[in-house]
Design a protein around this ligand. Structure first.
Ligand code: 1HE
Length: 263
């Protein structure tokens, strides 16, 4: 952490640790509820990612990741404003999903509503035991509006999401890791450390491989098999023709690169 540089904006904490930028949702007194200010601050951060950043970690300051949409901003919104607001969240969360570098979310406490939608826009999710997942939109009389109905069913299935919204069902962190909400489960207090560790590893990949995994893989997985196979072949040929790939493969053949190790 020697080269860490910390900037504390009012709504986000930004810290650079090596090649990893950590973004902390910084409204702990409001359980990191997502107001317009915080969403636009996230957009600005992704629009101005320094070239040296190789991965991003999202986390929540305090005991929770996020309690979702700031409900105090909702009461006066009419249908048109609501539509535009949802599209604004889509724009910002798309900028996370399609960021130049991989994004890892470190989850604890409440991962609720829009907070879960934000976590779903990341490429990897790491949870600690206190994390829990809920979509209380049904109880509040609203609907997801941050891309949750597109991204969450791809992780856990439509039936599970429908159950959460209809009945208010809450999933725990241990359940979440087996169901696909998160890919990792750490010890209590360990999600940020683990996310940083993974981010540092991810930042060492060839940029074109990270690009292919983030941008091409999801499209291929949803394409028809024949279109998918053609896209895969095109992506593979572009990746392996990159100088970075040639350098890395040469290093392996010269016994200068690490071997695959069982964990
Ligand atoms: C909030 C919010 C919020 C807390 N908007 N202010 N999300 C929800 O329906 C979840 C609502 N929140 C909760 O159920 C609870 O607050 C928690 C389980 C997350 C945490 O409980 P606790 O006991 O630790 O905290 P608290 O006392 O309930 O809340 C602390 C303060 O945060 C309090 O404000 P205060 O001024 O009275 O101290 C709360 O009002 C405030 N707070 N959550 C505004 N969400 C794009 S569509 C997405 C749609 C959704 O995200 S719907 C889900 C909304």
């Amino acid at each position: 952490m020697a080269d860490a540089a910390l900037t504390t904006a009012s709504l986000l904490t930004l810290e650079t640790v090596g090649r990893v930028l950590t973004i902390g949702l910084n409204r702990p007194a409001k359980r990191n509820a997502l107001n317009d200010g915080i969403i636009l601050e996230i957009e600005r951060t992704f629009a101005t990612l320094p070239e040296a950043v190789g991965a991003v970690v999202f986390h929540g300051v305090g005991d929770h990741f996020s309690a979702g949409l700031d409900l105090s901003e909702l009461s006066e919104r009419d249908a048109t404003a609501g539509l535009m607001h949802s599209r604004m969240w889509h724009r910002v969360f798309d900028s996370i999903q399609h960021a130049r570098v991989p994004v890892i979310a470190a989850l604890k406490g409440a991962v609720i509503g829009g907070g879960l939608e934000l976590a779903c826009a990341a490429h990897i999710r790491v949870a600690e035991p206190s994390a829990y997942y809920a979509l209380p939109e049904g109880q509040r009389g609203i609907f997801v509006g941050g891309g949750g109905s597109v991204r969450l069913p791809r992780l856990v299935g439509v039936a599970r999401m429908a159950d959460m919204m209809l009945t208010g069902r809450v999933y725990t962190a241990p359940e979440g890791v087996s169901l696909g909400f998160s890919q990792y489960l750490t010890e209590e207090g360990g999600s940020l450390k683990k996310a940083l560790e993974l981010a540092e590893r991810v930042a060492q990949n060839a940029p074109l491989t990270n690009f292919a995994v983030m941008q091409a893989l999801p499209l291929i997985a949803e394409a028809s098999p024949q279109t998918g196979l053609m896209l895969e072949a095109l992506m593979a040929s572009v990746a392996q023709s990159d100088q970075e790939a040639k350098t890395r493969i040469r290093a392996f053949l010269d016994r200068k690169a690490g071997k695959v190790q069982p964990s």
